[in-house]
Ligand binder design. Structure first.
Ligand code: AHR
Length: 307
């Protein structure tokens, strides 16, 4: 099957050095920044030449970047697809050029799974379920309605779709849980703040905010404080990621619970890349290991948090 065209290594680097083209989503969040650093550091450590592009959360930019990697005849292409749909044409171009593709972090919804070698990243449905399970436990003794607002990630992205679905699945077991408003905040702090301001104006009593990432939750905290309410008390907050700023807010009592999503995918990605370039078999799905944090756990974990 496929295999990679091994680049001749122009000059210095020895004949069998690998060149990877990586098409990143953007720099929308603390998570993304940590993910980019992990990939760049790991490439260096693995002796892999990295061509890196930032798509600013636009699919058309990612497609352009992938096409340019195909033209440059890189040995392997890796990317984190900003949205799930619409990748078949460009993935077929890579396949026809015999350049293996690795998906990292986010999935595509292509029916043809031969278009990529493997998918390395989190189980986002599971993350959404963990967020829901905390909420169910938190309100187990209450019969009153629990009014929830949701800040979704980027529309059409795997983490937004799956975190919504997993959460919904768990809370729908009890009709007291009501999502009274749900809108995208595009995974950014600025958008999280803006949308939360609108929620607060439209909804007089919000009990819970579920934000699909820390950054939107942190933006929302500013909006809640701006409205004279106490985040973590008047409105309970659940987020996903567990980046340092999120963990700090959790330790400070402004967030109530964080579901971890690990951005440190670099080392595993480079291992997989070496294997697929050699034409070795790799598992079709590699799931990242993750945990959850309460406020107490955040206080303990904070000092050793790397990102
Ligand atoms: O795809 C992973 C998600 O993308 C992270 O949870 C979010 O912070 C990032 O923008």
């Amino acid at each position: 099957s496929g295999g990679g065209t091994t680049s001749a290594g122009t000059g210095g680097g020895g004949g069998d050095s690998i060149t990877m083209g990586f098409a990143q989503v953007g720099a929308e969040s603390g998570w993304r920044t940590a993910n980019t650093k992990s990939i760049q550091d790991a490439a260096k450590n693995a002796g892999i030449t990295l061509k890196f592009s930032d798509a600013q959360q636009k699919q058309e930019n990612q497609i352009k970047a992938i096409r340019s990697y195909i033209q440059q005849k890189v040995d392997v292409i890796a990317f984190s697809p900003v949205v799930e749909s619409g990748w078949d044409p460009v993935l077929n171009e890579a396949k026809n050029a015999k350049i293996p593709v690795i998906l990292t972090d986010r999935a595509v919804d292509s029916k043809d799974t031969s278009l990529y070698k493997t998918f390395l990243g989190s189980d986002f449905v599971e993350e959404g379920k963990k967020a829901g399970q905390w909420l169910v436990e938190e309100y187990k003794d209450s019969k009153d309605p629990v009014k929830i607002v949701e800040l979704q990630g980027t529309t059409g992205s795997a983490p937004a779709n799956d975190r919504k679905a997993g959460f919904q699945q768990v809370i729908s077991a009890d009709s007291k849980f009501q999502i009274i408003a749900s809108q995208t905040g595009d995974f950014t702090r600025a958008k999280g703040k803006e949308v939360m301001e609108a929620f607060l104006k439209a909804q007089p009593d919000i009990d819970v905010l579920y934000a699909h990432n820390d950054d939107m939750g942190l933006g929302a905290i500013e909006a809640i404080e701006g409205a004279g309410k106490v985040p973590g008390k008047d409105i309970k907050i659940i987020t996903v990621d567990a980046v340092k700023d999120g963990m700090q807010a959790l330790a400070d009592g402004k967030i109530n619970y964080i579901v971890e999503c690990s951005p440190l995918l670099g080392p595993q990605l480079m291992d997989l890349a070496k294997k697929v370039v050699k034409g070795e078999q790799v598992p079709p799905r590699v799931v990242t290991e993750e945990t959850t944090f309460t406020q107490e756990q955040a206080k303990q974990a904070l000092s050793s948090r790397q990102y």
